[in-house]
Design a protein around this ligand. Structure first.
Ligand SMILES: Cc1ncc(COP(=O)(O)O)c(C=O)c1O
Length: 361
């Protein structure tokens, strides 16, 4: 026994796989469609705010992101005490699990969904309870059953769902919240909320205001285009938010990230137009892929899911050769971010040729 011992369960925890970078081929530009990022640089007002705060880099930021918290409180009409900001919303999933789950307690989530859930939950010494999707959508009835059966402390609804893009409706979510025991925290992960153009889309913030056991997660990484800044926020019941501040480390949102997020809130009307462009491109890309013979579930996010099963890795390789990276789950499907129009055109060309070759072969 001559090496440091690790905790016993660590070998069984899966490692996070980040979206691959793209590699240029034959002098053609490379495009990264593998991380659900926006293709544009941040708004000039955001860049200006970051540059101004860079001069204060020798000072600590607010320990709890007080400036951003109060800007959010105003915008969302939620008391500051109920808002927790963190280094990306993924860090807040961890704080939620650490706050509500004792050793071995169940945390229910849909599967396949955001791949960080089955990592973060066991890291917090809780027990992951994945509930299979039904037709690419959350099976909310089965999830409520699982929450009751396992006496779960927390159940996560990811809507729109990563990677399938499907979303739950407001009425479905209302019914689900009613069916879950009152002592179980319902976490609505709305990382892609701003891309959900369904008139019946739920508003997690309103649900968190109304229900004493609902928390919502939002992020500046996706629609706000600040993935590199690492800022997200959670609106949680008072006592849960208090617990999150206790278990969380101080100073996790840097001064530059906080300034960027505050400026991005101000710049939202301009950013909204960019989000609308993504929504339009998503419709056109989905229609073209369907016309080419692919099954594509209706997406309400900034990506689409191509459930290709055993052919997934082959399509991944074909688009990689065209200089484009996508996110592939071997044996299941390929997730394609709605990014640069020329990248999507190139994916379409590859996908059409791929389908043609398969139907002929
Ligand atoms: C569903 C979902 N939730 C949360 C996150 C985490 O985002 P971030 O930590 O960048 O806020 C992601 C990122 O891809 C996601 O897809």
């Amino acid at each position: 026994m001559d090496s440091v011992r690790l905790r016993r369960d660590i070998a069984a925890v899966p490692a996070y796989v980040a979206g691959k970078p793209a590699r240029a081929t034959c002098g053609r530009p490379a495009f990264k469609l593998s991380s659900n990022e926006l293709p544009w640089e941040p708004d000039p007002a955001v860049v200006g705010a970051v540059a101004a705060v860079a001069l204060l880099a020798h000072r600590y930021p607010s320990a709890i992101g007080a400036g951003l918290t109060s800007a959010l409180a105003q915008r969302l009409s939620v008391p500051t005490e109920r808002i927790v900001v963190g280094g990306g919303s993924i860090s807040l999933v961890q704080l939620l699990a650490q706050s509500v789950a004792d050793q071995g307690d169940a945390v229910v989530f849909a599967w396949r969904s955001y791949e960080a859930y089955p990592i973060v939950i066991p890291v917090c010494h809780a027990t992951p309870v994945p509930v299979p999707l039904a037709g690419f959508r959350h099976d909310l009835a089965a999830m409520a059953d699982a929450a009751r059966r396992t006496h779960a402390r927390m159940v996560i609804v990811c809507s729109p769902n990563n990677p399938t893009g499907t979303a739950v409706s407001a009425s479905e979510l209302d019914e689900f919240i009613d069916a879950v025991p009152r002592d179980c925290l319902v976490v609505i992960d709305e990382a892609y909320h701003e891309f959900n153009d369904n008139p019946d889309a739920p508003d997690g913030i309103a649900l968190a205001r109304r229900h004493p056991n609902v928390a919502v997660l939002r992020t500046f990484s996706k629609a706000y285009g600040l993935a590199g800044m690492r800022v997200g926020y959670c609106v949680a019941p008072d006592h849960v938010a208090d617990a999150m501040r206790k278990v969380g480390l101080p100073f996790t949102v840097s001064a530059v990230a906080e300034a960027a997020a505050v400026a991005a809130l101000e710049a939202w009307p301009r950013q909204r137009e960019r989000v609308n462009q993504i929504i339009e491109q998503r419709s056109a890309f989905t229609a073209a892929m369907r016309a080419a013979g692919y099954e594509i579930p209706d997406s309400r996010a900034n990506f689409v899911w191509v459930p290709l099963g055993g052919e997934s890795s082959d399509l991944d390789e074909a688009v990689r050769q065209a200089g484009i990276s996508v996110r592939t789950f071997p044996g299941e499907g390929v997730r394609i971010t709605i990014g640069e129009p020329e990248a999507l055109d190139a994916v379409l060309d590859v996908a059409r040729a791929f389908r043609l070759a398969r139907t002929r072969g």
